[in-house]
Design a protein around this ligand. Structure first.
Ligand code: MN
Length: 199
């Protein structure tokens, strides 16, 4: 993944049914951009500037907190934006088979991921990852992610659910369960399927 700050893959209002445009604009243009700016500042004129983002994250536990937190924040939001679309997306047949084999059904996976997001104390992300060829649900605190050496469970992120309050507070206030319930309506299973195939 490049160090370039990417465009949002849709309009701020594209996910309005679940996430309001103002939240999307602040989240992308202030929060995500700040992680990117601060990450670039933290690696500037250091040997890390010549590494890939994935390489840096894989050794996050050995880097300064500014690199771990902002590099994670930069990466995590790219996965988050690319985990959502304006509805109507389904898992590929390969991913659907893997989900059924591991969790029993798509509903059961969603329930497990919902619990992971609900029980992440404070701020963080819930994830569907591929670990040793198998699907696993996990969560990370703050801006950590499963690519990091310091993550409790490591693997390739397929789907990332942001449960920081900045992701939902304007419309949902303190009601994280309501945000997560609505979030499922805009999950882009086609993009998740692409990462499943590529990882
Ligand atoms: Mn966020």
């Amino acid at each position: 993944m490049s160090f370039e700050f990417p465009d949002l893959p849709y309009d701020f209002s594209a996910l309005e049914q679940s996430i309001d445009a103002q939240t999307m604009e602040i989240h992308y243009d202030r929060h995500h951009r700040a992680y990117h700016t601060n990450f670039m500042g933290a690696i500037k004129d250091t040997p890390l500037a010549d590494q890939s983002l994935e390489q840096i994250l894989a050794a996050a536990g050995t880097h300064a907190p500014a690199v771990r937190n902002n590099g994670g924040g930069f990466y995590n939001h790219i996965i988050y934006w690319n985990s959502m679309c304006n509805g109507g997306s389904a898992p590929s047949s390969d991913l659907a088979s893997a989900i059924d084999a591991e969790f029993g059904s798509l509903d059961a996976l969603q329930e497990k991921l919902t619990v992971a997001g609900m029980t992440r104390f404070g701020s963080g992300f819930a994830w569907l990852i591929k670990k040793d060829g198998k699907l696993v649900v996990t969560s990370t605190p703050n801006q950590d992610n499963p690519l990091m050496d310091c993550a409790e469970v490591q693997g390739a992120p397929l789907l990332g659910m942001d449960v920081w309050e900045h992701a939902y507070y304007l419309r949902y206030q303190n009601k994280r369960p309501d945000y997560i319930k609505a979030w499922w309506d805009v999950v882009d299973w086609a993009k998740v399927s692409e990462r499943f195939t590529a990882s």
